[in-house]
Ligand binder design. Structure first.
Ligand code: FAD
Length: 506
């Protein structure tokens, strides 16, 4: 690497909730020598990239926001994408993060330098080095489009929900929606009124509960602005309700049967045709896949210009889509709502650790980290929303903030140790953490509910979800336990009897 490069204490990658949150927290810790590297041309992550019609959060806004940046002015209980994106832009301004943010800087490769104890980072706009990397590249950031035979020669328009083509007018078109996940159920009712025909390709029916979305009244907003503790109390209530639900998901999935009855009743209100109802009734325990919230999905499916093909898309012949059950449908446009690369995180291909292997190679049998953050063989590298930090029923911002506590303590520990130093997660600690997580996973609805979902990796292991409450994760990530780490000094240093490391006299 050339000598003419910049060196920073911390390089944060990504400017979604995770990356911006990390930047605020670093500033709060008194660390200003950091950059935020973002491949896109603006901040916002998920909420910049997903601009499809109907895009909104499915966790109430007063909980789906930073605790340190409450927003008394959320317009709706479940606010739309444009408002969440504006909130993140506002966070970048209010906390004066802009000078740190490098837009248009895609991280292409990171290599751990075992002599200098730092990361060499190649970006699309040049190189830099950093003592610590905080990777906040997002769990749902790189769209996944299935390999469908004939897709390349489809003559019409094709796009993914996370890369919506706003220049393409869907009005009067025959449109195929592929997938029935969280994005698809927001898109369907939004485009159904304007398209000529909408065909939904459903491999697995989702469980759908009504979404209690409403306008936040001027009085509520006034109250939250004038008396901020009312906003905090609202957030606390929303959090508490979700914490109470966790044991049904993690320990007693049978209790979820009652929720299934409510979900079926919700469907029956809009879907009068028994044949369509049968197609839309899931065959697995509710909660096994993410429970979706929508009050207009079923009414849209009952409209005369909508067909549901209860089978996955198998092949495309010209402009005809052929489902696995042989159903043929001619369309003008195909919208993929087929999710993201989750258990095969693309950034893992771009991180080369101490032994010269990539993180993807280290994770070839499944993602594994210590407390959702660090990985054995990758010193001073941590990820926000790493393995087994996802949630089925609550706000990811709670998990992100727990991880920021961990990151802050990690930085403090490095300072206390002093000098040129790195922390490397001990393989034994990583192993113990993952054994505990996987043991608890055995009883959860995600593993026992009878579905396949994006929570599971290719081998069927759940490497994405946290099998506990967010409160428990907060306690588990309050600080760094140094006994779980090896303290690494530059070559030519020796381990002291205490277990810590002293620098060899130079
Ligand atoms: C449509 C949708 C709705 C959702 N709704 C909810 C919800 O209601 N509640 C909830 O809890 N969660 C929800 N989620 C999950 C959501 O992903 C997280 O809540 C959160 O936004 C993730 O933040 P993040 O910063 O970790 O990742 P992201 O927001 O994905 O940000 C990652 C950033 O990293 C950048 N990046 C990636 N790779 C590189 C690279 N190599 N170099 C430089 N930059 C890079 C990306 O461009 C992006 O800006 C939703 C997700 C989606 C897709």
């Amino acid at each position: 690497m050339s000598q003419q490069h910049e060196h920073v204490r911390v390089a944060v990658i990504g400017s979604g909730f995770g990356g911006l949150g990390a930047a605020v927290r670093l500033r709060r810790e008194g660390i200003t020598d950091f950059v935020v590297l973002e491949r896109a041309d603006s901040v916002g992550g998920t909420w910049r990239d997903n601009s499809y019609p109907g895009c909104a959060c499915d966790v109430p806004s007063h909980l789906y926001s930073f605790s340190f940046a409450p927003n008394p002015d959320w317009p709706r209980t479940f606010s739309g994408q444009e408002h969440i994106r504006a909130y993140l832009e506002h966070v970048a301004d209010v906390f004066r993060l802009r000078p740190h943010i490098r837009l248009g800087h895609e991280v292409q490769m990171m290599r751990w330098d075992t002599d200098e104890l730092r990361w060499e980072i190649e970006t699309s706009r040049g190189r830099l080095t950093a003592d610590v990397v905080v990777s906040a590249t997002g769990p749902l950031s790189d769209p996944k489009v299935p390999e469908i035979p004939g897709l390349a020669s489809f003559p019409g328009k094709v796009f993914h929900s996370a890369r919506w083509d706003h220049d393409y007018d869907l009005r009067g078109k025959r449109v195929a929606m592929i997938g029935t996940g969280a994005s698809a159920i927001q898109i369907v009712p939004s485009i159904q009124p304007e398209v000529e025909r909408l065909t939904l390709f459903q491999r697995t029916a989702p469980w759908v509960m009504p979404r209690m979305d409403r306008r936040v009244t001027a009085a509520e907003r006034w109250l939250h602005r004038q008396l901020p503790f009312t906003g905090t109390a609202r957030r606390g209530l929303l959090w508490g309700i979700r914490e109470l639900q966790v044991s049904a998901f993690t320990k007693r999935p049978n209790q979820l049967g009652l929720i299934e009855s409510l979900a079926k009743a919700n469907m029956a209100k809009s879907i009068k045709d028994p044949a369509l109802r049968a197609k839309l009734t899931p065959s697995y325990r509710i909660g096994c896949k993410r429970i979706l919230l929508s009050s207009d999905y079923y009414p849209a499916l009952a409209r005369p210009n909508v067909d549901v093909v209860a089978s996955g898309l198998a092949e495309i012949r010209g402009s005809t889509l052929v489902a696995a059950d042989g159903t043929e449908t001619e369309v003008d446009a195909v919208v993929f709502g087929t999710g993201f690369h989750v258990t095969d995180m693309p950034i893992a291909e771009r991180v080369v650790g101490a032994d010269g292997h990539t993180l993807a190679e280290a994770w070839k049998d499944g993602m594994e980290s210590l407390r959702g953050a660090t990985a054995a063989g990758f010193p001073n590298w941590m990820t926000i929303i790493g393995p087994n930090t996802g949630l089925g029923n609550s706000s990811m911002i709670l998990m992100i903030e727990s991880q920021l506590n961990y990151m802050a303590d990690y930085m403090r520990q490095l300072n206390v140790l002093g000098g040129r130093v790195a922390l490397g997660a001990r393989p034994s600690a990583v192993g113990a953490w993952n054994r505990r997580v996987q043991e608890r996973m055995k009883r959860t609805v995600w593993n026992t509910g009878g579905c396949t979902s994006w929570y599971l990796d290719a081998s069927g292991r759940n490497t994405t979800i946290w099998p506990g409450t967010t409160g428990e994760f907060r306690r588990q990530t309050r600080g760094v336990d140094l006994s779980e780490y090896e303290v690494i000094r530059p070559p030519g240093t020796r381990e002291a009897a205490s277990g810590l490391v002293t620098e060899e006299a130079k």
